[in-house]
Unconditional design. Structure first.
Length: 361
């Protein structure tokens, strides 16, 4: 009965999100959105817990927003991946049995993948020494994970400082390095659906793609197979390095990656000023037929939004449909919505991701 009630509750919440997206896109005569649901549990591939000390033991804890004094103690976390739920009690038993591992440990972060990889970050209010490293190496081996130890001014890596993910789009499997501390999509199952939707929406083309906010190349890799070549931009050094590794790991040589913000690229394309980071890249050699954007929650700034206007096709993934609607309002006089979609990345919350394909009127 509990599973039935949960399924009914989940369906009702998803319906409410679809209704909200329809409402936001109604002023632009949007078609009916495609809806991509999520598993109701074990969908979240990363999780972060503070530790709360009670009766001489440390427990996983979370807090309500704005309340740092009333912990919610956690033994299992059903929305997290199966791997995280298996590792949680094993890690807790390890720190309970070892003062070296538990002393001034205040936070634990888990990063896992659909492919089965796992990395655990342990955060401390003390320097980490050789004794800690020796015990952490044994723990990593026992759990079959990589470990990162963090304290002020220290970052010790045991194994790798990234996990490896695999996503299959249109029958091709792409491999991704996802670094510790960098942004990755938290819901791998829905992420794979997003990649397939974007791949289908872009379609096969004989021109070039500009991508802004490319991150570790999550969308870049599959979309590159739909166009002649890609110019992708990202400002985070960690994400740029991961993206470059992902291009090499997947044997893709049709992508040029530059470390520029969307605002800086706008200036470069408008020839406002030159950038040394664009040395060796001939912007005039590109025949851009489409632009792909996946901006932060604030959406695109007005200048970047104006930049996208020059493209016939704008493929837009948004983690905040409110700012998506504001950006579409700026573009509505020249572009119309041809496709839209809702991706339920965050079940049991009000958050949702959306995708639109805008084409020139």
């Amino acid at each position: 009965m509990t599973q039935v009630r949960d399924a009914v509750a989940y369906a009702a919440q998803l319906d409410a999100k679809v209704a909200r997206l329809r409402e936001l896109l109604a002023p632009f005569a949007a078609p009916e959105p495609a809806v991509f649901d999520s598993p109701a549990e074990h969908y979240r591939l990363r999780a972060e817990f503070r530790l709360w000390r009670e009766q001489e033991q440390r427990h996983y804890a979370m807090f309500e927003t704005g309340d740092k004094h009333t912990p919610i103690l956690i033994d299992e976390f059903p929305i997290a991946s199966q791997r995280i739920n298996v590792l949680m009690p094993q890690l807790k038993a390890a720190w309970q049995a070892s003062r070296v591992l538990s002393f001034k440990l205040f936070q634990v972060e888990f990063l896992t993948t659909l492919a089965g990889d796992a990395l655990i970050t342990l955060c401390y209010h003390r320097p980490l020494d050789a004794e800690w490293q020796a015990e952490a190496e044994q723990l990593a081996q026992r759990l079959g994970v990589s470990l990162v130890g963090r304290s002020r001014g220290q970052r010790l890596v045991i194994g790798r400082d990234y996990v490896e993910e695999e996503m299959t789009v249109a029958g091709r499997t792409f491999r991704y390095r996802q670094p510790e501390g960098a942004f990755t999509q938290p819901n791998g199952t829905v992420c794979q659906k997003m990649l397939q939707w974007a791949y289908d929406a872009l379609g096969q083309r004989d021109d070039d793609l500009l991508e802004l906010y490319c991150g570790n190349g999550n969308f870049t890799l599959p979309l590159s197979t739909r166009v002649r070549k890609v110019l992708a931009t990202e400002i985070s050094k960690t994400s740029v390095n991961a993206a470059l590794a992902n291009l090499a790991d997947n044997g893709i040589d049709t992508i040029e990656l530059v470390r520029l913000s969307a605002e800086e690229l706008t200036q470069a394309l408008n020839e406002v000023r030159p950038f040394r980071r664009l040395a060796g890249i001939d912007l005039k050699s590109y025949d851009f037929g489409a632009v792909f954007v996946d901006p932060p929650r604030a959406g695109m700034d007005p200048d970047t939004c104006e930049l996208t206007r020059r493209f016939d096709n704008i493929l837009y993934i948004s983690c905040n449909p409110e700012t998506l609607a504001a950006n579409i309002a700026q573009l509505n006089d020249t572009h119309r919505i041809e496709r839209c979609a809702l991706f339920d990345q965050f079940p049991w919350t009000h958050h949702m991701e959306a995708g639109v394909l805008l084409v020139r009127r």
